[in-house]
Write a protein that binds this ligand. Structure first.
Ligand code: LAN
Length: 822
């Protein structure tokens, strides 16, 4: 059995776990670009891009090519200018190539893009992908190492000397990782996982009649094929999950809208799965919403999303400003479109979808009766009796009898204003692609085709798209730039390598990026649109998105302080800018003591009873997070070492509050639940860091001891740790069936070293696993998915396999300088 097959078998329960087994190598390409040359190439490429787009527009058929339910027409894109010759010289294997269940004889019907023509453009941390159809443009703008790495192409990196000590492994890791640094100084990455994001983008394109170039349609199709469940052909909530109505109905619709024929075998298979699950009437609220926008469902099937809720006075306990920011922003634009009951133009493909997505004939569907019908597999968070009662009242009393025109107008106007403020504060990038797609639809309904707001939205949706070896996907945010860059800096610092001149240029560039990306101003009219202080903050991705996140501020300021206090680095941020960051950080403490993500908690946990999304848990309000709270106090501890007199009392208070929270949130088994990555291993690392920051370690703290014992008890035979995303869903530690994972092993090792675990042996075994998994070129390969949000949805952090592994190795090297391990 070859490795590809065994990888597929090993991940049977987790069918879409990416493996690198199917990466193939292209010839090494000479690196032609100097900085100026690159800049020149970028401007030529920018000039030439519209040409590519125009060709593409002509090449893409609209929905008229799919006329009947099972028409034989497939996605026949015309091949402009000899494109048939432009395939990559070496065949690029995609996941679908090793996946017999989705291999199709029809595959050759689909035109391939030439993988060597994709480029990721970095404009001060705004990352967008471009396909260079024109030979000259492609020659002028060569693929960078980072591009190649994102696309699964070989970088042609030489084998490095075999590491003798953990620090050698860090050096090798850095040698590779340095190649991936982008021109603005940050690291980029795919940020996929959720399978409900691309549908929003494609639906926004479709309803606004935005042409979809052939190369995008091709790569979206490739990606969805690669991510279809190998057993049943459907799609889940996220790439590792089982097929759901949510994932399958929306992604099937995406494929149809981009021109894929209903008759393709993989479409037939997906449809059969959807029908087995009961058809699209059994989708969750968000699926019903989108399908109604498209006119595939009727609006009667959607539970109410009344914009009137936005008219509630601020003191009302359920007023939307109190909700978790993602929920309120989604609710905001959704409520406008729901209120208008707006539906896009009816087309042949929409008519066809009405026949394809349901088990029963479309004309006989009881839309009202299916409002609360949801497939078990989708129903992660069933609606509460409170929400069901509220929905009943809205549908049967409020809407028909009490919803006066004047109230509706007022509510829609206020919601529309808030949408504008969100767009203005983010230059249309918006909080995340979910609300960006929905805001696009709002602007289209309100401002019409061709309006500036729609055009700018469409441009901005690009920021969340990504291309990897499997195809085109939509990222969870417009990137992970600040976050990954901060961790990269900290990994080198932990290893004690920052003063080594070899890494100075890389770190100086990274510092420059953080300098550039610090948010310098609060939002315009912040109180009106319920935004918090953000001056001096960093967001998760970049400055233009502009949402301060508690732990992103913490990791950002920590990295800046660390580097700026190391000899040989410029002082890019003066003291006042550091104080600005600290002032923002200090706004995050809740009355209970601990910290949340974007804002301090504004509403009670009981509001979860109004969670209408069904597919996610813990979504309605801000909670307190071990991860965010730890990041805050470790950053503040470092800050106080440098500026001991600044806001001393408040810093002391926040530290005390966080510590009490860490202690009371420890599980009886000794671990902590992680909300933003998987799961107990991740949060236990943070909790032990918190304890260590005040000197509580294995020897003197029962909490730290229990935390270490928890980890030690879960170490595997081979020295690694392996936690599955099921832990997040089930709230109990669950192993990943594919065996030890380097990222989790690194988290556990970091935790044990921080807590000063007395026995070096288990730590050494973990370190050995990390070193054994390192490739001869210094790289680590992708394993199972690392991140999570809202308990049920997983998300990838591809750079963690560099940043946390190197941090673990570096910390080990510092603590045990004479240990060789191998
Ligand atoms: C993220 C990504 C980063 C993450 C950390 C900084 C790691 C965390 O410590 C705090 C929370 C935060 C900022 C976070 C919040 C929720 C996000 C934005 C995401 C997980 C990325 C995608 C997700 C977002 C909610 C996806 C859209 C889905 C909805 C349910 C609206």
């Amino acid at each position: 059995m070859n490795f590809c097959c065994s990888a597929v078998l090993a991940f049977k329960d987790y069918p879409h776990t990416p493996t690198t087994a199917n990466r193939t190598c292209l010839e090494a390409r000479p690196d032609v670009g100097g900085r100026n040359k690159l800049r020149q190439a970028l401007s030529i490429a920018r000039l030439l891009l519209p040409i590519g787009l125009a060709t593409a527009t002509e090449a893409v058929d609209d929905d008229t090519m799919v006329t009947t339910r099972y028409s034989a027409s497939a996605l026949h894109f015309d091949l402009p200018n000899g494109a048939a010759n432009r395939k990559s010289a070496s065949p690029r294997k995609r996941k679908s190539d090793v996946n017999p269940s989705i291999e199709s004889s029809k595959r050759q019907k689909m035109r391939e893009t030439d993988i060597t023509r994709w480029r990721c453009l970095d404009e001060k941390g705004r990352l967008t992908w471009h396909y260079l159809e024109n030979d000259e443009a492609a020659a002028e703008w060569p693929q960078s190492d980072a591009d190649k790495w994102y696309l699964g192409l070989d970088l042609g990196m030489p084998e490095l000397p075999k590491p003798e000590k953990p620090l050698d492994a860090v050096r090798n890791g850095l040698t590779f990782f340095e190649k991936l640094q982008l021109p603005s100084g940050e690291w980029g990455c795919e940020y996929g996982g959720p399978m409900f994001l691309m549908p929003g983008v494609v639906f926004a394109w479709y309803v606004t009649k935005t042409p979809i170039p052939w190369y995008k349609a091709t790569e979206i199709k490739n990606y969805l094929r690669a991510r279809a469940n190998p057993d049943d052909g459907g799609w889940g909530l996220h790439i590792e999950g089982e097929s759901t109505v949510f994932g399958t109905s929306l992604n099937y619709t995406v494929l149809r809208l981009i021109g894929v024929d209903a008759d393709e075998p993989f479409m037939i298979k997906a449809r059969a799965t959807l029908h087995k699950l009961g058809g699209a009437v059994r989708g969750p609220h968000w699926a019903k919403f989108w399908l109604s926008v498209l006119g595939v469902c009727k609006w009667d099937i959607v539970n109410p999303v009344p914009p009137e809720v936005w008219l509630l006075p601020d003191w009302v306990p359920i007023a939307p400003w109190r909700w978790w920011i993602h929920m309120r922003q989604v609710f905001l634009s959704m409520s406008y479109t729901w209120s208008k009951k707006w539906t896009c133009e009816e087309t042949d493909v929409i008519r066809a979808l009405r026949q394809e997505l349901f088990v029963e004939p479309w004309e006989s569907i009881d839309w009202v009766g299916n409002r609360n019908n949801i497939a078990e597999i989708d129903n992660y968070h069933p609606k509460s009796w409170l929400l069901n009662t509220a929905n009943w009242f809205l549908v049967n009393i409020w809407n028909p009898y009490l919803r006066a025109e004047a109230i509706v107008e007022k509510a829609e106007a206020w919601v529309s204003k808030l949408v504008d403020m969100e767009d203005e504060n983010t230059d249309f990038a918006d909080l995340a692609p979910v609300n960006a797609a929905m805001n696009t639809v709002v602007c289209y309904i309100r401002d019409g085709p061709g309006s500036y707001t729609v055009r700018r939205h469409v441009e901005r949706l690009e920021d969340a798209l990504w291309v990897n070896k499997d195809g085109m996907l939509c990222n969870g945010t417009n990137g992970v730039q600040n976050w990954d860059t901060a961790f990269a800096i900290q990994a080198v610092m932990e290893a004690g390598l920052a003063e080594d001149p070899r890494w100075r240029p890389m770190l100086t560039k990274a510092l420059g990026f953080l300098d550039d990306q610090q948010i310098r101003e609060d939002c315009k009219d912040a109180e009106v649109c319920y935004r918090s202080r953000r001056k001096g903050a960093w967001g998760f991705s970049n400055k233009v998105q502009g949402y301060a996140v508690c732990d992103c501020v913490a990791e950002g300021v920590r990295s800046v302080i660390l580097l700026q206090s190391t000899p040989g680095y410029p002082k890019r941020l003066d003291d006042q800018r550091i104080f600005d960051a600290i002032d923002t950080l200090l706004t995050y403490q809740n009355s209970s003591g601990a910290c949340s993500s974007y804002e301090p908690t504004r509403g009670g946990e009981w509001m979860e009873a109004l969670n209408a999304a069904e597919v996610f848990g813990k979504i309605m309000v801000e909670y307190e997070y071990v991860e965010c709270s730890t990041a805050v106090i470790t950053a503040l501890s470092l800050f106080s070492q440098h500026w001991p007199d600044y806001r001393t009392d408040e810093i002391k208070r926040i530290k005390t509050g966080v510590l009490a929270f860490i202690k009371r949130s420890q599980y009886p088994h000794g671990g902590w639940y992680g909300s933003w990555a998987i799961c107990f291993t991740y949060a236990t690392m943070f909790a032990l860091e918190s304890l260590a920051s005040v000197g509580e370690t294995y020897e003197n703290s029962s909490y730290a001891k229990k935390g270490c014992d928890f980890l030690i008890a879960r170490q595997r035979e081979d020295g690694g740790w392996s936690e599955s995303y099921r832990s997040c869903e089930r709230d109990e530690y669950t192993e990943h069936p594919s065996g030890s994972q380097v990222v989790m092993t690194a988290w556990a090792v970091i935790a044990l070293i921080r807590a000063d675990y007395p026995d070096i042996e288990p730590i050494k075994r973990g370190i050995k696993l990390i070193m054994d998994r390192q490739q001869p070129n210094g790289e680590w390969l992708q394993e199972a998915i690392e991140g999570v949000f809202n308990k049920s949805c997983m998300i990838s952090y591809p750079n963690y396999k560099f940043t946390f592994t190197m941090k673990a190795l570096g910390m080990f090297a510092k603590k045990y300088p004479n240990e060789t391990v191998v």
